[in-house]
Design a protein around this ligand. Sequence first.
Ligand code: NAD
Length: 499
Amino acid sequence: MQELTHYINGAHAKGQSSRFADVYNPATGEVQAKLPLANAAEIAQAVDCAAKAQPAWAATNPQRRARVMMAFVGLLNRDMDKLAEALSREHGKTIPDAKGDIQRGLEVAEYCIGAPEMLKGDYTDSAGPGIDMYSMKQPLGVCAGITPFNFPAMIPMWMFAPAIVCGNAFILKPSERDPSVPLMLAELMEEAGLPKGILQVVNGDKEAVDALLEHEVVQSIGFVGSTPIAEYIYGKGCAHGKRVQCFGGAKNHMIIMPDADMDQAADALIGAGYGAAGERCMAISVAVPVGESTADQLIEKLIPRIEKLKVGPYTGGNDVDYGPVITAAAKQNILGLVQSGIDQGADLVVDGRDFNLQGYEDGFFVGPHLFDRVTTDMDIYRKEIFGPVLSCVRAQTYEEAIGMAIDHEYGNGTAIFTRDGDTARDFANRINIGMVGINVPIPVPLAYHTFGGWKKSVFGDLNQHGPDAFKFYTRTKTVTSRWPSGIKEGGEFNFKPME
Ligand code: NAD
């Protein structure tokens, strides 16, 4: 059995705590590796190395730091196939989807190559008589990030690329479900020229996270994961005086207006609802057709498309649409929620409960499900399912549809499908959700914009990547300077006549 490691001070480090987590191949259900779970002493060791290495890195000029990012992007492209294979083996997503996961992280590293421009300060010449004023953007010191299982390449890169290019050291505590790619990313950053100790990976669970939250040298915590943990980490991190940003769960609604192109809307729902087995924080999990006839047409178009979906392992060829979910527990949770939907009176029009894949009986596969006539009091509507389950909630009017999305506790992403610009514009203006798609089902902003939800999908002020990341990973120092008047021409050797 392979025993994975931490990555501390530029080297793989064996776990010291004697506590391990199982890392599964979700397609077969087999345990493929043991992952050490760090204790507080191992966290302290990583923080110590980071604190020693960081000042020299902060003193390295931004152009040189950006060049490390440039080299890193090249190495990601070189190793794309290897990284994608490792990612799919632990996560279960298809190879094209794994490459998308890496690519969306790579794009943030690419954006970070512009750090010299982003880190330029402000300057006011002659703010007063003989007085100049300037603001510097300085790194925080040692930063840490805690990431979820569903994007094991993208989300770590969203955090460590901007943190590091700003001159910080970064400690990554990745998900214990799929830690291999984060370890490979740390190796690639060093191959790209990053000094030892600037990016370290410490594997672990709550014990490691608490040690990071409590360590007084750690200046900031970035978190992405489920809302209850986001709320816990935000509260505890802030109480320990850290700068904290936490991104939580989601329940993304897609509104389908009667004038929408129904084939386009149905195709969009298939990709956004079932892609990556629904394990995306930007997945659409609620379809809200407006009007009975819209709903009937939509359901009629969805059923054959769902029945055609091919569920299988990442090794199953290019026509596999989605793979297994992450763990047996995740599968049980999804099936439990499906049962609650049936018990609470929703119409299960596509039933994936009996899905079975020959040769992969122990894998964590879940067939696709479609519920119709879901109501807003049901658990399948209120809770994040994080699986291949789409719920259709019928609305009679546009106001009723937008009201549902507005009233839901989560506010990560949403979409509207319509041909009417006025409705789309009204929706974009009034909705209290951070990322909005107009005829685009998964509106994930690109690297140079920022990513973040509203309401219970976020705790903290600034978004991920884009200009916000440079704000989160630096602090501003403003200098006001006045110099006494000096001898501008240097030494004087001749007698001057008396004036
Ligand atoms: P999770 O909350 O279970 O775990 C996330 C991280 O927190 C992991 O590193 C885990 O080790 C750690 N953790 C778990 N329990 C902890 C505890 N009690 N104390 C301290 N740390 C703990 O989330 P997950 O299952 O890995 O990821 C799925 C969730 O992430 C979904 O809710 C999804 O919506 C959300 N997500 C949100 C975004 C976003 O940008 N809003 C992006 C991706 C995923």
